[in-house]
Ligand binder design. Structure first.
Ligand SMILES: Cc1cc2nc3c(=O)[nH]c(=O)nc-3n(C[C@H](O)[C@H](O)[C@H](O)COP(=O)(O)OP(=O)(O)OC[C@H]3O[C@@H](n4cnc5c(N)ncnc54)[C@H](O)[C@@H]3O)c2cc1C
Length: 440
């Protein structure tokens, strides 16, 4: 049904979602002189990427930020948009803290956890056990006799995947790691997925892309229905009705399928993703200090195993100020939602202050945080995950067009680096090529 106060517009390609994938698709199509209109439900662009300016003027990313090693599209885009990439400051390995003590790398529990990850890596590359289809990551971890090794694996898996570990199968975990370059690459800083950062903030890239496209990006425009057939599509939101030759949907299934009605209905293999996928849970905080004062005496990269389990990284830009990035993934991210901001900050910084022997850690100049599972537009992060009970939604998600009119992009549909910004860029470029070919 048409919304009574909506205005009608006509375009060649309507794009749903102004995250990285949607903005890249729009930019590629504009380069071919094709008219586009990007409809975005949120009052800002960027989706799972967003940067804020700190009290000291530096930029802090609350969403995607790291340029992974070999993420060439992302690196090229950062250079093209005039931003500065800098390498991560990182020790050889993080300090693992549990029950007030640092766990050494040769402690049996640490060795067991590392061997478990190594065996997992080999099996994902050589031959995946059949039992992984029904075994959850949580059940796999429970098999290890050492409680400390189990806890270490639990925190690593939760921060790496943002999944509820009893709600993701080993098969899905294995597929994810394959698409993301292997578990050791996913966990590594330099030379791995956390290789480099952008001084101006990765979120700046989506802001700059949108600025180039203005006024073709409509904010506060949630799409509610898409009617499509071989002749084109009608895309509706409360404020605008768009008639287009082609539509590109750049929204992951969990936030999309509950909010948008398709006519004709999507084929069952796509429609079922609404019930068989969920967005990961992730809390991210950035603590800002006048300088990275801890560096002279210690490194700040830590795995904190007491609840809530967290990973801490020193993401300070080259000329300061000091930035500490804290990530809590999976179920434990949601436990933070019930706390006050002050209690959250204390719970996360106190253990670090004790480890670095510094009360100053408890008192940052700035504290920026975001619980992505509470974001009403994207519904979580880092990515959409398949439920443990299903084979649907295991990477890569289907991206073949429907009725030669409805096209799909978004990081979850990427052929490589799915789940990352690189995957979002790849999918945006791929879908633009498909649409250009379709229009011809
Ligand atoms: C905390 C966090 C840390 C991360 N860290 C990294 C990292 O360091 N490096 C990395 O490479 N990746 C990282 N990621 C992942 C990365 O951010 C994502 O892969 C990428 O941003 C996804 O882009 P996208 O365009 O596919 O989807 P999104 O960014 O999700 O874009 C979808 C857009 O669609 C909009 N939308 C939803 N419903 C509708 C509707 N009905 N109508 C209109 N619009 C709608 C949403 O508001 C959103 O803007 C991280 C993610 C998070 C959350």
């Amino acid at each position: 049904m048409d919304h009574p106060s909506s205005t009608a517009q006509r375009t060649t390609v309507a794009i749903v979602g102004a995250g990285m994938a949607g903005l890249i698709a729009a930019r590629e199509l504009r380069r071919e002189d094709i008219e586009v209109l990007v409809l975005e439900s949120a009052p800002r662009v960027g989706g799972r990427m967003t940067a804020e300016t700190s009290e000291l003027g530096s930029r802090v990313d609350l969403g995607g930020q790291w340029v992974g090693h070999g993420h060439h599209r992302f690196e090229a885009l950062a250079a093209e948009l005039g931003t500065t990439v800098y390498p991560m400051h990182t020790p050889r390995r993080p300090v693992i803290l549990y029950e007030g003590r640092a766990l050494s790398a040769i402690r049996p529990a640490t060795v067991v956890a590392n061997l478990a990850l190594l065996a997992f890596e080999v099996k994902t590359k050589v031959r995946e056990p059949r039992g992984w289809t029904t075994l959850t990551v949580d059940e796999w971890i429970r098999k290890f006799p050492s409680a400390t090794a189990r806890r270490l694996l639990e925190v690593i898996a939760a921060v790496a995947t943002t999944a509820d570990l009893d709600r993701i199968s080993m098969r899905a975990f294995a597929a994810m790691t394959r698409y993301q370059g292997g578990i050791s690459t996913m966990l590594a800083t330099r030379g791995g997925a956390q290789d480099a950062l952008i001084v101006e903030g990765a979120g700046t890239l989506t802001e700059r892309l949108a600025a180039e496209l203005a006024p073709r990006v409509l904010l506060n425009t949630p799409v509610t229905s898409i009617d499509y057939d071989e002749r084109g599509a009608t895309v509706r939101s409360p404020s605008v009705l768009v008639r287009a030759d082609k539509v590109i949907v750049c929204v992951p299934p969990p936030p999309l399928l509950g909010a948008v009605t398709f006519e004709p209905a999507l084929p069952p293999r796509l429609a079922r993703l609404q019930h068989e996928m969920y967005m990961g849970s992730v809390y991210k905080a950035m603590a800002v200090y006048r300088e990275p004062f801890w560096r002279g005496r210690a490194e700040a990269e830590h795995m904190l195993l007491d609840e809530p389990g967290a990973a801490v990284f020193d993401t300070s830009p080259p000329d300061g100020p000091g930035h500490l990035c804290i990530l809590v993934g999976g179920k434990e991210a949601r436990t933070l939602d019930a706390m006050t901001p002050t209690a959250r900050k204390r719970a996360l910084l106190e253990r670090l202050g004790a480890a670095l022997h510094s009360a100053a850690i408890l008192d940052p100049v700035g504290w920026h945080e975001k619980s992505w599972q509470l974001d009403e537009y994207v519904g979580g992060g880092y990515l959409a995950l398949p439920d443990a009970t299903t084979a649907a939604g295991i990477f890569p998600l289907p991206s073949d067009p429907l009725a030669e009119t409805l096209y799909w992009a978004g990081t979850e549909t990427a052929g490589e680096h799915a789940g990352y910004i690189e995957g979002a860029i790849e999918s945006g470029e791929r879908v633009a090529r498909q649409v250009v070919a379709g229009l011809r």
